[in-house]
Design a protein around this ligand. Sequence first.
Ligand SMILES: Cc1ncc(COP(=O)(O)O)c(C=O)c1O
Length: 466
Amino acid sequence: MARELTRDITPLAAGTRLPSHRALVTRFGASASTVSRALALLAQRGLVVSRPGAGTFRAAQEPAASSGDTTWQEAALALNPGLADGNPGARRLHSPGLSNTLATPSPGVIDLNSGYAHHSLLPMTALRAALTRAARSPHAWERPPVGGLADLRMWLAEDIGAGLGREDVLVVGGGQAALSTAMRAVAQPGDPVILEAPTYPGTLAAARAAGLRTVSLPLDAHGMRPDYLDDALGRTGARLVVLQPLYQNPTGVSLTEGRARELLAVARSHDAFVLEDDYARHMTHDDGIPPVKPLILLESDGTVIHIRSLTKVTSPNLRIGALAARGPVLERLRTAHMIDTMVVPAPLQHTALEVLTSSAWKRSVARLQTALAQRRRLAVRTVVETLGADVLPDHPRGGYHLWLHLPRGADESEFVSAALARGTALAPGTYFHADQPDVPRVRLSYAAAPTTADLVTGIHRLEGLV
Ligand SMILES: Cc1ncc(COP(=O)(O)O)c(C=O)c1O
């Protein structure tokens, strides 16, 4: 299919839109995933570009003349359908959801999709100053310990709380790396892992890349249900559950302390680890109700592996996160981290320490929280005015996103494509599910738009689409 498409597409003018996915499925009599793989191959070769929600287009540049015939790689990488099937522990490197949230929006498009706040909301001045100070340090380029600089580990341990010491904390390269490292450290390919449904696409991607079998449990107003968890752990024998305690991405749901304690007791009774992705701890809005405590504060026998990241409140470039745990699992985590990364670069760790210990730190977090609260109120009001109140049953008091409920029967991918055609980028709900969801949902992020006026314009462009 890739060969035939290459022949057809090569003569086309740059920017020409390719036939739709559906049309290619019909033409080749192939499955949608086979068509996706063929198009991914052409994208790798630089022949086509895919714009999520808009379609696939002839790329502007000619594929590099120096590249020879690389079709042999299709067999070597098992890109051909069938070659990779039948292995329950196959590691799958496939995440359209993560690619979508990291895509750079085209000029004129308002970004209501990205998971990172616009740089005007982040402490850019403090980061620049910290980088300068770190660069002047005589220790900036010395090799740091595998687990991270002692002072940074101490800062992270105190930030998490729970009486943790620096020996309980590893410095890793952000939350995404922490998810990958932890999944590979505690589970074997082919093992089941219990996930929230829906959940963050990077969690799904990390589980697939580790060769884990995802078992997704639906959430209620307080998160994962202990009875469902008990049943799933008993049925599958899983030893790993991934939970976001606070302002879950994408639903916005938070655990209550009672629910958190029940879930921990269930996990403990099955000897399962809880991987706590506490990604939103610093994104509680200043008008929010007090957030549930981190799960690692609610137990002491090593059930929880806690993830904390600095990227959301500093910069997506300050790829510093923490893995905190008690007991022998910490050595496993440390070894997995070392095999992958060796060490997180010392200049970055020194920069993080400079920022975290600067007088600007607390102020900058408070400023971000105030701005996010203001944006959330504005986004809620504008969404309700533009699309109706039914679309937004929940208004989470933290995080950076809203989970829009489209009416039953609506087509979320058509909604997202139509929004993009009008100049607003959103994330379709399907990216947050391991399997095709049966209800149409869309995630709207209110943090990434350059200004509040852009946020309002971006939402107004959705008028009439529901
Ligand atoms: C729930 C959740 N976990 C983890 C991450 C990873 O963040 P980072 O790798 O930037 O720390 C994200 C980013 O969007 C997220 O939303």
